[in-house]
Design a protein. Structure first.
Length: 161
């Protein structure tokens, strides 16, 4: 198995596992803990660095390294897409309704009126489906991976082999 595939599998498995940790612990329903979801960015960056170490990135061409990082992110993104669909469709089918309830309570606590809350929630309703959420997870993984790869590859490129 190529190092890029191993790195991509690591991204997908680690980020998907963290999503399930958030779900099974109920942290996604706690306004104080829901931001813990963003640990996935650290997990992805860590998996990219690990993947680059497997590739032997020091001294390689910058474009080649960036391409390998994007490949890792694409592979990870596919796994995250599937994991997200299962998460919101099968394992936590009430996920979006529960999030909407939590968000409504937060907005009410901030003093917003019912019409303001409805307006805010109707603006984000298109993203509150398993497919849209999975697509956003895939895209977020690829964009994060591409941006991180630009930086990580630059650092690795400057090191001597």
């Amino acid at each position: 198995m190529s190092p890029a595939v191993k790195g991509g599998l690591a991204i997908g498995i680690l980020c998907t596992a963290w999503t399930y940790v958030m779900g099974f612990t109920g942290w996604y329903l706690d306004p104080a803990l829901s931001a813990m979801f963003w640990v996935v960015v650290l997990l992805e960056c860590g998996a990219l660095v690990w993947g680059y170490r497997l590739i032997g990135g020091a001294g390689r061409r910058y474009g080649s390294l960036v391409t390998q990082g994007i490949l890792m992110a694409l592979i990870g993104g596919v796994i995250i897409f599937v994991g997200s669909l299962l998460f919101t469709s099968v394992v936590f089918p009430d996920y979006f309704a529960e999030l909407q309830t939590m968000h409504t309570e937060m907005l009410r606590a901030e003093g917003m009126s019912a019409s303001q809350i409805e307006q805010i929630q109707s603006g984000t309703a298109f993203m509150q489906t398993p497919l849209a959420n999975a697509v956003l997870g895939f895209l977020g993984t690829v964009v994060t991976g591409a941006l991180a790869s630009l930086v990580i590859a630059a650092v690795l490129r400057t090191k001597t082999p």
